[in-house]
Design a protein. Structure first.
Length: 322
């Protein structure tokens, strides 16, 4: 147990187009503030590299030039390599090269529209992430993994500074370090997709908890809802049986990328994929919590005992590895 003389520091800031809060416990408030400031600076630094909209960013350069920068910053190289791994493992469900398509639908500006089928067909061939270094028209968007990666980097800063207890909330991406100073687990709320309240509470220690949900960003036209998570195969917003997909694991970037990828897969394929990875043991262990449109709550067995439904679901079920 961490001594109760630990001082709590909580700082919020805006970065990566979202509201971020760092809460940590340290020996003194001054020290806590310094660490929060270091984290904010690191997140700002990552945004300067990864932003799709800052003209000085490395991603902006790639997206607006036919050539690659002479040398890639290590952070960008790390994310490209990691994305390649997840892209391959998920058979392209996670694809950070959908930017031209996502832009066409207006998600980058908020000027939403349903593009013509011809336009989507014209853009789709240039969203093949495996041709990153060959297709001059490729444009990148790390929106599905950047915040998780930033949380991993923030965790390194906490650890370097000897912090043993902290909770990061990077726009709903949660990263818990250790336990609470009183020795109890951190309690994280998973959002109810229908009313914005808490659908279930999850108790964690040293885990990232990241949710992807259609309710987060969407537009509606002719009674159809178009969400911000895309099917890379069709270049259209996902329409499946899920409301949200939450991934719980040690690494923020895995949790972030996988929450998006498993949302794309839909309920049955996501459960199948999880079982496959757990059986093959070639992938870090992770857990999931999914909420379907039919108001089912389904979670992987590793979370049993740590999850507490706070809503009248039609059914609550846990899934075991095969
Ligand atoms: P997240 O909220 O982490 O699920 O990320 C969603 C964001 O990632 C979207 O706003 C898009 O910018 C981008 N995106 C959408 N679909 C995909 C996909 N299939 N793979 C990777 N990134 C995506
Ligand atoms: Mg994600």
């Amino acid at each position: 147990m961490i001594s109760c003389s630990q001082k709590k520091t909580s700082e919020s800031f805006t970065a990566m187009n979202t509201f971020m809060t760092v809460t940590l416990y340290s020996s003194s408030s001054k020290r806590g503030e310094t660490v929060c400031y270091q984290i904010q600076s690191r997140v700002d630094e990552l945004e300067q590299i990864l932003s799709t909209t800052l003209p000085s960013s490395d991603v902006f350069f790639i997206n607006h030039n036919s050539n690659f920068p002479a040398s890639l910053k290590p952070e960008l190289q790390t994310l490209i390599d990691f994305s390649k791994l997840i892209y391959e493992k998920t058979e392209g469900a996670f694809n950070p090269a959908l930017y031209p398509v996502i832009r066409e639908w207006g998600f980058t500006t908020g000027e939403y529209k349903v593009p013509s089928t011809e336009k989507i067909q014209e853009l789709l061939p240039h969203t093949d992430f495996s041709k990153l270094y060959d297709d001059e028209k490729i444009e990148l968007d790390f929106g599905a993994v950047g915040k998780g990666y930033a949380a991993d980097e923030a965790l390194l800063i906490l650890e370097e500074n000897g912090i043993k207890s902290a909770l990061l909330d990077f726009g709903g991406n949660i990263q818990a370090l250790g336990k609470k100073p009183d020795g109890s687990l951190w309690k994280v709320g998973i959002k109810n997709p229908w009313d914005g309240q808490v659908a279930c509470a999850l108790s964690v220690e040293s885990k990232a908890v990241v949710t992807s949900g259609g309710y987060e960003k969407f537009f509606e036209e002719a009674v159809q809802r178009y969400i911000h998570i895309f099917d890379p195969a069709t270049g259209r917003p996902i329409q499946n049986d899920l409301e949200s997909m939450t991934i719980v694991c040690e690494s923020g970037k895995y949790a972030d990328a996988l929450s998006t990828a498993l949302f794309v897969m839909g309920k049955d394929k996501a459960i199948y994929w999880w079982k496959k990875q757990m059986a093959e043991k070639s992938f870090p262990v992770f857990d999931f919590i999914l909420i379907t449109k039919e108001q089912q709550l389904i979670y992987s067995s590793g979370l049993a005992g740590f999850i507490e439904p706070m809503y009248q679901f039609e059914s609550v079920e846990s899934v075991m590895p095969d």
